[in-house]
Design a protein around this ligand. Structure first.
Ligand SMILES: Cc1cc2nc3c(=O)[nH]c(=O)nc-3n(C[C@H](O)[C@H](O)[C@H](O)COP(=O)(O)OP(=O)(O)OC[C@H]3O[C@@H](n4cnc5c(N)ncnc54)[C@H](O)[C@@H]3O)c2cc1C
Length: 511
């Protein structure tokens, strides 16, 4: 057993092959079927295991279905919490030291605790919002717009704000859009026409656009370069983390219909005012523990043996469960199930964040979209964190999606490339001393769903992989690789198990 992985609350079959061979016959003898309503794994007293007492289930007694969740990202957190609150006994295995998966933050000497990348969501992300609520995350940790309001800064220093009115879709922007001096009337009408078309499609028509790229669809709607730069790229490239020709039109339009075309509220922008790990690691641990989930971090699940029970080899030890949720990225799931022909992993996109500390504030708003340069989106981290440094400095972050090229440049070269246009967007940059810079790169931040890619996504279950349910943002949710897709997939996986397995603790109480 490797260091740092102690105290399973489930009966462990410790050790490499010889002990595994000894264990298997015993496991088979001990195996219980669901029809007999007994747990597969007999509980044993493990020193320091407080979870069983908290649940009020005596050691060795029949208890609820034993479920393992592999992966402590947003999907795994969602699944574990739902199942535990419904009375199932849940153990979560996470290979990292932290929970939260790709949504994490870490300490740096020059910028304090920083996120791996700015995470943003829209109010239409109801499953993510539900998770935050279930975790009990305090309301003032989250910034939420009541209605979509976008600040644009052109490279010539002009500032434009488009705030949605009470009407749905781009029509909420109608007044602001028609007054916008930077676009011709023809371009505006073209944009409104494309929105109208997208709105009038039936769901089936949207799905039929799976083989077409978003770039092709925009060409068909005669969208010019300006409207693409102002409206289509910030939304589609920002959310899908891929270029317009790498995103299926089905995905792009589904996204548009769920957000901007749904209602001004649904498109409201949200972000955390705390570091990601404050929520998805530190706060989540408390919530999971309160719900009775046994959490093992530093626990690498090396192999999964489907069946009844499902066995997991974790840090070279084997444990058995009634059901297992695999909430890891697809590449990892394939490694855990080498004999199963899961779909090939999709292409992945990089996200780069250039953190800059200026001696004095260079921007006032929380964030803006940069038009006419490669700067993309800029976030005022000092204001988001509500942190007022004593020296009066300001930290901002330039967030670049589909950033495969930028991710390879390094902080100095990227800063040399982006600081001149940034000074166009933010004139104060020209006269303010830059104190520090740091480049954050995640080369495999999100997967891509290119034209025709939706059908290659993983369903919740796979033939022959018994009693294993897949979760993670790659599961076929119809959404791009986002926290919302992860939360939805985790919820779907948990619901599938709840539908399949009885809550034995409840049943015993009733009987
Ligand atoms: C830089 C960056 C910026 C992003 N920006 C946004 C954004 O603005 N908005 C948005 O919605 N989304 C954003 N995302 C995407 C979002 O973070 C992910 O879609 C989401 O967090 C995925 O959650 P998940 O649970 O599906 O997967 P993951 O977070 O990948 O979690 C999977 C977990 O499984 C664990 N694991 C893997 N293999 C094993 C194993 N063998 N044993 C045990 N554990 C294992 C991993 O360590 C990981 O913790 C961004 C991602 C990055 C990296």
């Amino acid at each position: 057993m490797s260091a740092g992985f102690h105290g399973y609350s489930r009966q462990m079959v410790a050790g490499p092959p010889r002990r595994l061979r000894n264990f298997l016959p015993r496991l088979r003898r001990r195996r219980r079927s669901f029809s007999r309503r007994k747990p597969v794994v007999t509980l044993t007293s493990v020193p320091g295991d407080e979870q069983q007492d908290r649940r009020g289930v005596a050691h060795g007694e029949s208890a609820a279905t034993e479920i393992a969740v592999v992966g402590g990202g947003i999907s795994g957190l969602r699944a574990a919490l739902t199942l535990a609150r419904a009375g199932r006994r849940v153990t979560l295995f996470e290979k990292n030291r932290h929970l939260g998966g790709r949504a994490f933050s870490f300490h740096t000497s020059d910028f304090g605790e920083v996120d791996i990348g700015q995470h943003v969501w829209l109010r239409a992300c109801v499953h993510l919002e539900e998770l935050l609520q279930d975790l009990g995350v305090p309301g003032d940790w989250v910034y939420r717009q009541d209605r979509l309001s976008m600040t644009y800064r052109t490279v010539r220093g002009r500032v434009r704000t488009l705030a949605a009115g009470p009407w749905p879709g781009s029509f909420g922007f109608l007044g602001g859009l028609l007054r916008l001096p930077d676009l011709s009337l023809g371009a505006k009408l073209q944009y409104l026409y494309a929105n109208l078309r997208a709105k009038l499609y039936s769901q089936q028509q949207v799905e039929e656009l799976d083989r077409m790229s978003m770039a092709q669809w925009l060409r068909r709607q005669r969208q010019g370069r300006d409207v693409i730069a102002w409206f289509w790229e910030p939304l589609i490239v920002g959310v899908c983390n891929a270029r317009l020709d790498e995103v299926s039109a089905r995905h792009g339009l589904h996204l548009l219909r769920l957000t901007v075309l749904h209602s001004p509220q649904a498109a409201g922008i949200c972000l955390l005012r705390t570091p990601l790990s404050a929520v998805f690691d530190r706060w989540a641990r408390r919530a999971l523990s309160g719900a009775g989930v046994v959490v093992h971090t530093g626990a690498w699940v090396e192999a999964v043996f489907p069946g009844a029970p499902v066995r997991l080899r974790v840090n070279r030890s084997v444990v058995a469960f009634d059901r297992v949720i695999l909430a890891a990225p697809l590449g990892r799931m394939r490694a855990m199930l080498p004999d199963v022909a899961l779909p090939p992993p999709p292409a992945e996109g990089a996200i780069a964040g250039l953190l800059l500390r200026f001696a004095r504030p260079v921007m006032d708003e929380l964030f803006f979209t940069a038009v006419g340069s490669g700067v993309q989106h800029v976030f005022n981290k000092t204001a988001i964190w509500r942190d007022l440094p004593a020296d009066g400095s300001q930290i901002i972050e330039l967030v670049l999606s589909a950033a495969e090229r930028e991710a390879r440049l390094g902080a100095d070269r990227l800063a040399a490339e982006l600081l001149p246009p940034l000074a166009g967007h933010l004139p104060r940059v020209r006269t303010t001393r830059l104190l520090a810079k740091r480049l954050l790169v995640h080369g495999r931040a999100t997967f891509q769903v290119p034209p025709g890619g939706e059908v290659r996504r993983l369903p919740l279950t796979w033939p022959g992989v018994d009693h294993v349910i897949f979760a993670g943002d790659f599961v076929a949710t119809g959404l791009p690789s986002t926290m919302e897709s992860a939360a939805l997939a985790g919820q779907l996986a948990a619901r599938q198990i709840l539908a399949e397995t009885p809550n034995l603790v409840e049943k015993q109480r009733r009987d």
